[in-house]
Ligand binder design. Structure first.
Ligand SMILES: C[S@@+](CC[C@H](N)C(=O)[O-])C[C@H]1O[C@@H](n2cnc3c(N)ncnc32)[C@H](O)[C@@H]1O
Length: 312
């Protein structure tokens, strides 16, 4: 199957970044390169797009999709926490816009063959970057029942975390758990065939994926470094897909706007911390019902953006 991903909230992303011809933008999660195309249209003529994705398959696809703009694009199969190094390699100090559209692409879910979906029978890999790091099957094989339980609870808010973890440990003594279908069956046996609207394995699969890709750690580092790479007036836009991600984005943005660390009761600020950015979205923007009807994958998207302030 060809690389496919319907971009979430495209008009809102373009509006939030407010780019102009000749500017420099970093799309840190190229995916199907749908957002990247729209951003290139905004910065042309003369602008530069730096595109990153930790999945080399996304970069291969982006080379084709973005072929009309080859002279204006620099593409890298890297993690977005490496954005500072990438910019240094290009000799670029600051950019006008940064986009991070978190999570998985539809290609990764449906066609990568890496076991992201509980509806398929594939090797239990789940690495967005298949070049490095332990796979989901490695975690399922190696973690203790206690660590598995914590993982399912913390990253998946799974109610049956402890029972599922114990069942995994006893099942893996009999035979290794190496496919998505094996894991989905095991979870369904414990948690029941249906729990509300969600497939019973939804939360366990999400939790494993977050752990395999160290998604929350990387997001925290990215939120720390990205605002510092913007020129004054430059904008950072982040699209989150679940509450754990969105909470990190919300808190990081709030700290940039209100960095004061003085005790609440202190009459005046003495810590001297200066705001680095202003929040453009006091409440996150959500997709319209028309978009959700056309693209159900976008239903839980929350868009937040900040603008870097002038330096004092
Ligand atoms: C939702 S898709 C992006 C879709 C894209 N905006 C579009 O319009 O098609 C998310 C992409 O981010 C990539 N990704 C996730 N975490 C990443 C990270 N830490 N560094 C770089 N890429 C990452 C995934 O590999 C995936 O391709």
């Amino acid at each position: 199957m060809a690389y496919r991903h319907p971009s979430a909230m495209p008009a809102e992303v373009v509006a939030a970044l407010a780019l102009a011809p000749g500017q420099i933008v970093a799309d840190c999660t190229l995916g199907g390169a749908g957002h990247a195309r729209l951003l290139l249209e905004r910065i042309s003529p003369g602008g530069i797009l730096i595109g990153l994705d930790r999945d080399p398959a996304a970069i291969g696809n982006a080379r084709q999709v973005l072929a009309p703009w080859t002279t204006q694009t620099h593409l890298f199969a890297r993690n977005f926490v490496q954005l500072p190094e990438v910019l240094a390699e290009l000799g670029i100090a600051r950019v006008d816009g940064i986009l991070a559209d978190l999570g998985l692409s539809l290609y990764q879910l449906e066609a990568s063959g890496r076991g992201f979906s509980f509806q398929r029978d594939e090797p239990l890999d789940m690495r967005m970057d298949p070049r490095s790091g332990p796979t989901a099957a490695d975690l399922i094989r190696d973690l203790t029942a206690q660590d598995l339980s914590r993982l399912f609870f913390e990253f998946g808010e799974e109610r049956h975390a402890r029972v599922i973890a114990r069942r995994i440990v006893s099942a893996r003594r009999r035979a290794p758990i190496v496919t998505s279908a094996q894991l989905a069956r095991l979870v369904a046996d414990v948690a029941g065939r249906k729990s509300g609207r969600l497939h019973p394995a939804t939360r366990v699969f999400m939790a494993l994926r977050i752990a395999v890709n160290r998604e929350l750690e990387d997001l925290e580092r990215f939120l720390e470094l990205a605002p510092r790479l913007l020129r004054p007036g430059g904008r950072l836009c982040v699209l989150a897909f679940h509450s754990l991600e969105d909470r990190l984005v919300k808190r990081a943005f709030r700290r940039l706007e209100r960095p004061c660390t003085c005790p609440r009761e202190a009459p005046v600020c003495t810590c001297g911390a200066v705001p680095l950015a202003r929040v453009l979205t006091p409440k996150p923007l959500r997709p319209t019902s028309a978009e959700v009807a056309a693209n159900p994958l976008a239903r839980s998207t929350r868009l937040r953006a900040i603008e870097r302030l002038e330096e004092k």
